[in-house]
Design a protein around this ligand. Structure first.
Ligand code: GTQ
Length: 347
């Protein structure tokens, strides 16, 4: 492979003339933009223990009233990008949001898409385009880009949930903004996961006045069903990895356009060594304990912890103890598939 020329090799007057003209030579920077065989990754794997984040979040509840926060959130900052980085990986923003009893977070809609995973507490709800979505621990709740959403809390203790947004991508695209509105009046009926899409394989029929389903027909994926499905699959899949993707029940496609959500069960004693994936990921532990080594860094995790993985990471999971572990892998494979470059490499 040819050694490319450097900037320093070029005459000073030529470099200055290029700068004045607002242009630059490609070749000194060619390998930064197009490294050989695999991307140069910035993301550094990190473990955020819930036990460290929770007291800081509760303190935010004392320091900052929700009216002055709009959303009371502490975000996970990728150490590869520095303390202020509002991103856990190149594409994924992950925040932990606190709502105290009786509080509401006003309605807004924005260009990025979001999904929540409920981490602690009961009695909160999100209203998405008029549909009231109860939030129970482990539930995955979608707020796709362009959908109005506000949050409320009728319970007695603080509620904490995880927010996953494709915000960094939209900021990079110069396409990120929000529109504000007053609280919505929810429709008085259960959400679609409890009505139209109660059972897998059953969907409302097409009608002349409703020839196509909505783009996001089901906004809530109750955890109880996910865990039951994983446990059942584990009994009958011959020791294969126990994983289920959260999909749009009408199309089978990922439930949001750029972000993927994969529910994982690790059996007691199970060790897993997945292929290197081109996607980046944040793992959220719903239940269980274990250790995951990512690019040589060992993370010992427990319930409600989060840890990140850069593209093409070497990942080794191991469960601790006699109970299975349940995790949700939040990733950007759907975006990469749409862009035509998602890839897995055997290790
Ligand atoms: O709850 O709507 O963590 O708009 C960041 C931006 C949460 C939300 C975040 C948001 C929200």
């Amino acid at each position: 492979m040819a050694q490319l020329g450097t900037l320093e090799e070029l005459p000073q007057d030529y470099r200055e003339a290029m700068a004045r003209a607002g242009i630059g030579p490609l070749w000194p920077q060619m390998r930064n933009a197009l490294p050989h065989n695999a991307p140069a990754t910035v993301t550094r794997s990190h473990l955020w223990r819930f036990g460290d984040v929770r007291p800081l979040l509760l303190r935010a509840g004392e320091l900052t009233p929700v009216e002055k926060a709009e959303r009371r959130v502490l975000f996970l900052a990728d150490p590869g990008r520095g303390a202020g980085a509002m991103q856990a990986t190149s594409t994924l923003y992950i925040g932990l949001q606190l709502l105290l009893p009786g509080e509401t977070a006003p309605a807004h809609k924005h260009t990025p898409s979001a999904a929540r995973i409920v981490v602690e507490g009961e009695g909160a709800y999100t209203v998405v385009d008029g549909e009231k979505l109860p939030m129970e621990e482990g539930d995955l709740i979608l707020t796709p880009g362009g959908c109005w959403h506000d949050h409320g809390h009728g319970g007695k203790a603080p509620v904490i949930w995880l927010d996953a947004l494709d915000l960094p991508l939209f900021v990079y695209l110069e396409g990120s903004y929000a529109v504000e509105a007053p609280l919505q009046t929810p429709r008085n009926r259960p959400d679609a996961s409890q009505v139209e899409y109660l059972a897998a394989g059953l969907a409302p029929p097409r009608r002349r006045d409703r020839p196509a389903p909505s783009a996001f027909p089901m906004m809530r994926f109750p955890w109880a069903r996910t865990e039951a499905a994983l446990r059942r699959l584990a009994e009958h899949n011959g020791g294969e990895p126990v994983e289920l993707d959260y999909v749009n029940p009408e199309t089978g496609q990922s439930c949001l356009p750029t972000m993927g959500f994969t529910a994982m069960m690790l059996r007691p004693g199970e060790q897993r060594r997945p292929a290197q994936r081109s996607s980046s990921a944040v793992f959220h532990v719903v239940r269980g304990r274990g250790a995951t080594t990512i690019n040589g860094v060992r993370h010992m995790w427990g319930p409600k912890d989060n840890f990140s993985a850069p593209p093409f990471a070497d990942i080794d999971h191991a469960v601790e103890g006699t109970e299975p572990a349940f995790l949700v892998r939040i990733h950007d494979a759907p975006l990469q598939e749409r862009l035509g470059y998602y890839e897995e490499r055997a290790r």
